[in-house]
Design a binder for this molecule. Structure first.
Ligand SMILES: NC(=O)c1ccc[n+]([C@@H]2O[C@H](COP(=O)([O-])OP(=O)(O)OC[C@H]3O[C@@H](n4cnc5c(N)ncnc54)[C@H](OP(=O)(O)O)[C@@H]3O)[C@@H](O)[C@H]2O)c1
Length: 261
């Protein structure tokens, strides 16, 4: 059976991705900081879980050991991340910028560096069903492609995450490892905007207010699992997904979508 590590598994896109991989018969290791939520997910889905703060190297080293000791691993989904604040470049808090860079970029680098040898070992050993190739999926954002006012530190971090993915794909060329970027637009998850606005529920709700059918976590999970389950020679190397109501990060339609007269 194939095995995948999914980071940011305690909520939103990561949790939905764990659930879908489990439904598709994968063994899954779900990773995040909140043990209680991970344990509930494990009880519900049968996933393995591991508590780690991925901005800490010691936690990432412990994750690597846990994954290695549990058997071969064929795919990694770097999903943990997020935004803090929506202030202008002029007014933004440098600490928020540092935290965003740390979790969206450096943590992704840490986990990728730690698990790459394990992914290679699974390929070399032909371990597990179809273990002839491996996948590294990273969830960036359309904020990694298009700037928007108030995006400042999040744009900078996600542009950097995208750069990491693009460099990695070049550096791994020649190996049977697909490097896949999933860049979602607006996804209505329980916590993303709540975290961004430091727990202010009314500000978080306003993001999705009157937007017809924003994406939900399950939509992104479908894309991730689909990309990983495609035949090994097919690389959906960049997947951009937006709700129809969103033409760009800064152009979101509120109210009913209908054809022009
Ligand atoms: N929602 C959107 O509109 C949207 C759009 C484009 C891209 N994205 C990206 O998609 C990814 C998932 O977003 P989401 O909407 O599902 O947000 P979310 O519900 O806030 O999920 C973020 C996940 O990351 C984990 N996490 C945060 N910091 C961590 C750390 N230091 N170490 C380990 N885990 C950590 C969180 O768990 P713990 O708190 O338990 O650690 C949580 O499980 C993020 O990278 C986000 O930037 C989201």
């Amino acid at each position: 059976m194939k095995r995948v590590v999914v980071t940011g598994a305690s909520s939103g896109i990561g949790e939905a991705t764990v659930r879908l991989f489990r439904e598709r018969g994968w063994n899954v290791v779900g990773v995040a900081r909140r043990t209680d939520r991970l344990e509930a997910l494990a009880a519900d889905t049968g996933a393995e879980v591991f508590t780690a703060d991925l901005t800490k190297q010691a936690d990432v080293d412990a994750l690597r050991d846990f994954v290695r000791d549990g058997g071969p691993v064929h795919a990694l989904v770097n999903n943990a991340g997020g935004a803090f604040g929506m202030a202008s470049v002029e007014d933004g808090d440098p600490d928020d910028w540092t935290r965003m860079y740390d979790v969206n970029v450096v943590a992704t680098k840490r986990v990728t560096s730690a698990l790459l040898p394990l992914l290679r070992a699974a390929i070399a050993g032909g371990q597990g069903a179809g273990g002839q190739s491996a996948d590294i999926v990273t969830v960036t954002s359309i904020a990694g492609h298009v700037a928007y006012e108030g995006g400042g530190g999040y744009n900078a971090a996600k542009f950097a995450a995208r750069a990491l993915v693009n460099v990695l794909r070049l550096e791994l060329a020649g190996e049977p490892i697909r490097v896949i970027e999933v860049a979602p637009g607006m996804v209505k998850t329980e916590e993303f905007s709540l975290v961004r606005f430091a727990g202010d529920q009314s500000k978080a709700d306003a993001v999705y207010d009157n937007v017809p059918d924003p994406l939900v976590a399950e939509d992104i999970a479908e894309a991730i699992v689909h990309a990983v389950e495609l035949p090994a020679h097919v690389n959906l190397d960049l997947i951009t997904i937006k709700p129809v109501a969103q033409a760009a990060p800064h152009k979101v339609i509120r109210g009913e979508l209908r054809p022009r007269d």
